[in-house]
Design a protein around this ligand. Structure first.
Ligand SMILES: C[S@@+](CC[C@H](N)C(=O)[O-])C[C@H]1O[C@@H](n2cnc3c(N)ncnc32)[C@H](O)[C@@H]1O
Length: 213
């Protein structure tokens, strides 16, 4: 059983830890919001998000003018409960009729969706393929799950993956299933030092019409 801790630090920041490992805080959330912008800026109406966390990606998404439906898969019920109780700000999000939060593994939640049912899938469930909090999340970045995501996306849909580091392996996996793959660097300043996070996006899943032979 994972130990989930949401706590206010002495410096006033809200911090999320799982099994003693730092997952995120609310000090620098540019990249979480930019993850949502990859869908909003493309005019996505139906979006599936992996990982509720402290809710920044979800809040940004729900502010998108075209967004009609957001499904968030969150592994830990404690995080949803903490948002409901106000420990994590966002009870207002949970009341938004466009939002459906499903407690479960994002791999199962995506697999349960019909084909071509989302315009965008956004994954921020771990610190990236090379910095896993949960070993089983390695599969989130693997070809099987990326193929499932591609199938659940519309023909002009996109899959965006937040990562602590650029990953040639993830880009190559995306390229097996998407026409166009882009790696966007996000420069952030964390605790007095410069860091660079990444959003890796595959645009337009290959379809039977255009799969290269
Ligand atoms: C880095 S946080 C997400 C941050 C979020 N983008 C935000 O803006 O606050 C990662 C979240 O994914 C959840 N998570 C981890 N593995 C998961 C999985 N396999 N399926 C669904 N959620 C998962 C964690 O419990 C955590 O809440």
């Amino acid at each position: 059983m994972d130990e989930v801790v949401v706590r206010r630090r002495d410096d006033g920041a809200l911090e999320l830890r799982v099994n003693g490992v730092f997952v995120m805080d609310d000090v620098e959330t540019t990249s979480e919001c930019l993850l949502a912008r990859t869908a909003i800026d493309a005019g996505a109406r139906r979006v599936l998000v992996g990982g509720l966390g402290l809710g920044f990606t979800t809040r940004e998404l729900l502010g998108g003018p075209d967004v009609e439906r957001v499904v968030v898969a969150e592994l830990h019920r404690e995080i949803v409960d903490a948002m409901r109780s106000g420990t994590i700000p966002g009870a207002d999000l949970l009341d938004d009729p466009r939002l459906d939060v499903v407690v479960g593994d994002v791999r199962d939640v995506v697999a349960a969706q019909p084909s071509a049912s989302f315009d965008a899938i956004l994954l921020d469930v771990d610190n990236g393929p090379d910095f896993l909090v949960h070993d089983q999340n390695a599969a989130v970045y693997g070809p099987g799950f990326v193929a499932t995501c591609a199938d659940r996306l519309t023909s002009d849909g996109r899959l965006s993956v937040w990562s602590m580091a650029d990953s040639a392996a993830v880009r190559a996996t995306l390229a097996e299933h998407f026409v166009d793959v882009v790696a966007d660097a996000v420069d952030v300043r964390l605790q007095g030092r410069d860091e660079r996070y990444w959003i890796l996006t595959g645009h337009a899943p290959w379809t039977s019409d255009i799969v290269p032979t």
